[in-house]
Design a protein around this ligand. Structure first.
Ligand SMILES: [Zn+2]
Length: 463
């Protein structure tokens, strides 16, 4: 079995923590009500089953785990798309990819679609974004509404990309400039876990690398005999290497070391904001746009938690875990409800704010929805259906009996598969019919080449 580049991002479950640093005020009890600060951290390519919070045996993320213990953790939260741009576009707009239409570099968000930053900016939030991936550059316009936009990704030289620690320094410089008590919305994208480009195949500096990376297998060598994850992954993306157990172990070691590094930076970011007195009344969201594929078609649970959101009408929730089904599209309407207003017109997500007070989740069905030829699917009643358009493959999993998705039942339970396929087709047809018009912008040859190096444009059938 080969690791196919087109599915290398096919991890449908993202991971989210939603928490706050202190108990918030309720509009009914502590006038005048001040909107909560919002800190949103996106860790690109993080799969949650490599986190101790989700039972991973290796201590990859002690800081995130410590944070999660103060929070309400969501065990069933899913991203909508298996790659960076459409996934973040859904997070920021509350729309599914087949509705917002921002699927690949060159697509731009229609002016009629509101973003989280615009919504919060309308409530006089100071808004700032720090990103290290040009998928989230200004071209796509999904970052509309950020008055402070700090992007550093070395142009098309991805090896010059800013690491998480340097990103934090930029955030702190901005945070030191905050004055008074005005609320702020901070978005940070860490890109250190993204794998396959030259010079930076999982950013795993010491001491994290030594803690997790064991001896590499003999096959893990580039043409000149040096150890090179880059060369390896490059060959992998061209289907020139077959992975065996040792190969996979080494890749996972590198990945785990990168998680540990990023986790330390998440801890440093939260500590730094706390020291500045900027987490006292903040909702903190930590999420991933998609996971990573280690020859298992990708899976990545998502979690959210909140020890005490400062939201109108919400009492202090109890830390713990919930199995409420949620998706990234639900984040924007949740924040809208937190502000005491309806979500922008046309938003497809549903607020899960009530879950923090013990209410059931807002949805029974989750959709994995993209139009680039990647896998797509639907999850309902504990069953997950996946379609792979290029190959025509179909997969059906009983998540209760088979949480790691090892037994494909698509050929055993035809009736259930057909029902889920019909639901997915209905969802996609509805979205395509109402798809928001997006413009195309020119992509330079250099950027196109960089995207190919990342594994995003490996197949000729992709535009
Ligand atoms: Zn990504």
């Amino acid at each position: 079995m080969r690791l196919r580049p087109r599915s290398s991002r096919a991890a449908w479950l993202a991971f989210v923590i939603l928490g706050v640093a202190s108990l918030g005020c309720d509009g009914r009890t502590a006038p005048p009500w001040r909107p909560p600060d919002v800190v949103m951290i996106s860790i690109d390519t993080l799969r949650a089953d490599h986190l101790p919070t989700y039972g991973y045996a290796r201590p990859t993320a002690p800081h995130i785990d410590a944070w999660a213990r103060q929070a309400l953790v969501f065990d069933r939260a899913y991203s909508e798309a298996p790659h960076t741009l459409p996934s973040h576009a859904s997070l920021f707009t509350g729309l599914y990819p087949s509705r917002h239409g921002v699927l690949e570099r060159g697509d731009t968000l229609a002016p009629s679609v509101a973003t989280i930053a615009e919504m919060l900016g309308g409530h006089r939030y100071r808004t700032a974004a720090f990103v290290n991936c040009y998928f989230l550059g200004p071209d796509a316009r999904i970052m509309r509404g950020f008055t402070h936009f700090d992007a550093d990704y070395g142009g098309t030289d991805l090896s010059a990309q800013r690491d998480a620690g340097t990103t934090n320094e930029a955030v702190f410089a901005w945070a030191d400039g905050l004055v008074g008590d005005e609320p702020y919305f901070l978005f940070v994208l860490y890109f250190d876990l993204h794998s396959d480009w030259e010079g930076l195949p999982y950013h795993a500096p010491e001491p994290f690398r030594s803690r997790f990376v064991r001896e590499p297998p003999e096959t893990y060598r580039s043409g000149d005999g040096t150890l090179s994850a880059t060369a390896y992954l490059s060959h992998l993306n061209q289907n020139r290497i077959r992975l065996d157990a040792e190969d996979l172990r080494y890749l996972r070691d590198l990945y785990d070391a990168s998680i540990a590094y990023t986790d330390a930076q998440v801890g440093a970011l939260l500590d730094g904001l706390d020291r500045r007195g900027r987490l006292r009344d903040a909702i903190v969201v930590v999420t991933a746009d998609h996971g990573e594929e280690f020859q298992d078609h990708g899976k990545l649970p998502e979690m959210r938690g909140a020890p005490g959101p400062s939201c109108r009408g919400l009492e202090t929730p109890t830390p713990g875990r919930t199995d409420a089904l949620v998706q990234h599209v639900d984040v924007l309407p949740t924040l809208s409800e937190c502000l005491g207003e309806p979500p922008p017109a046309g938003v497809q997500g549903q607020s899960f704010l009530g879950v923090f007070g013990g209410a059931p989740g807002p949805r029974t069905t989750a959709y994995f929805d993209t139009s680039l030829g990647y896998q797509r699917g639907v999850l309902r009643d504990g069953w997950k259906w996946l379609e792979d358009p290029p190959t025509g493959a179909r997969q059906l999993y009983d998540l209760a009996a088979d949480p790691r998705e090892r037994r494909n039942l698509a050929k055993q339970d035809l009736e259930r598969g057909a029902a889920l396929a019909a639901e997915l087709a209905r969802h996609r047809a509805e979205n395509e019919a109402a798809r928001v018009a997006s413009e195309r912008v020119e992509v330079s040859p250099e950027v196109h080449e960089a995207l190919e190096a990342l594994g995003y444009l490996p197949a000729s059938e992709e535009p």
